[in-house]
Design a protein. Sequence first.
Length: 489
Amino acid sequence: MNALILGLFDNDDEKKLENVPTPFFTQIDSKLQGKLSEELKLLGPLKASKSRVFFKLSSEYPVIVVVGLGSIKADFNEIEELQEKKENIRKAIAVAVNSIRSLDGEFKEIHFDSCQDAESVVEGAVLSDWRFDELKNEKSRRKPIEFLLADISDSKEVAKWKKGFILSRMQNFCRKLQELPANIMTPTRFGQEAKELCEPLGVKVLVHDRQWAEEKKMYSFLSVANGSDEPCKFVELHYMNAGEKRPLVFVGKGITFDTGGISIKPSSGMDLMRADQSGGCIVLTTIASLAKLKAEVNIIGLIPLTENTINGKATKPGDVVVAMNGKSIQIDNTDAEGRLVLADALCYGDTFDPFCMIDIATLTGAIKQALGQACTAVYSTNSKHWEMIRESGYETGDRVWRMPLFKNYSKLVKDPALADLINMSNEPSYGAGSCIGAVFLKEFAKCENWMHLDMAGTKYNTSDVSYISRGMSGRPLRTMVKFIEKLFM
């Protein structure tokens, strides 16, 4: 059985209580259009993200869902920092898909009205319909439904649909990697996933081992890996499709499980630390997305992978290690391990002479306290690049927010009692935990154009994004893809 989803916009005129049909709505069979119009007139205007389900009005589509798309005049909302029409469409389409999923019938295909923005339509559909259920009994798994654009006569909308489909499917793959439990998603398994995903797309994938890291003198990274019996890995990805242009280096934190080490975390909620490699997941799936899109970019991905657990070799509070760039680090808190693995990865990234270097990590609980799940924090040394990523977030609905790199914070990680730097603040009661993590990382990035993203708040979704089910979110993948495309334009 097939279903059809159609959209209606609000006309923004309180005196006329009626909706404005999308262009495709007015092109469907005139007899069907008449039936729908008559039914809708009886039921009254359809508000944003509200749906009506109709049965047996068409032999081709036994089920038709009409959904409200919000204001036809919706545009950029300065306060919300969103292209509101796009976000309204994603939310509405998610409601419509869920309406169909709630029915008892078995659906093979759902056909969609482009709603004047096919990319947002397919994002709302694909992202809302995904569930992580592959470890459940087969009977409990969600049966797949094929999503198709109903009107393929408009080549621009078809192109937008195809791009949105690639990006939303890759975001769901990212969510899968985040959700896989730590006894399955080990550093070794992550390296295998990287090869299986990226090599068929023409991406060069190198999976380095501990010996390689030792040769590179990555003792900051290895200080975390020492506490785990799982072999550490360092994944290196090269997608070069922009001629002789200098590359962008994209670094992602890859802690496949984080107990906190000797500075152990509370047990409540520790299961979510299976996703402490989320930064690495974003790097991997961003590069795979760009390769699928055949984007003309040069990008190198670096993902240091290890567990942060406890054995007889685990780092102890007060230990001192030396990073790849020769700076010594006093480790006062072993739960601030993300910055230790990223420090060496940033040093290695500089060896590729990038024009821009970005790192992304579930770095601090502090940023979740500051921003919640609403947006990803960005620390940037380049205001032009900041504006570009900010605008990308407007389009995707996956927002970012700029945070400061003031000298006030920098002094708090320098000149501790035992080393050049300390991995926490010299003044424990100072606060600003995310800012202090950022300025620590800045000590290891020579690249003039550097950006750090703290995604600890956005890795997981409860109810902030209505078209993403509860669980790991895959954010901000689509924002990163659009941003990196803009960097190379």
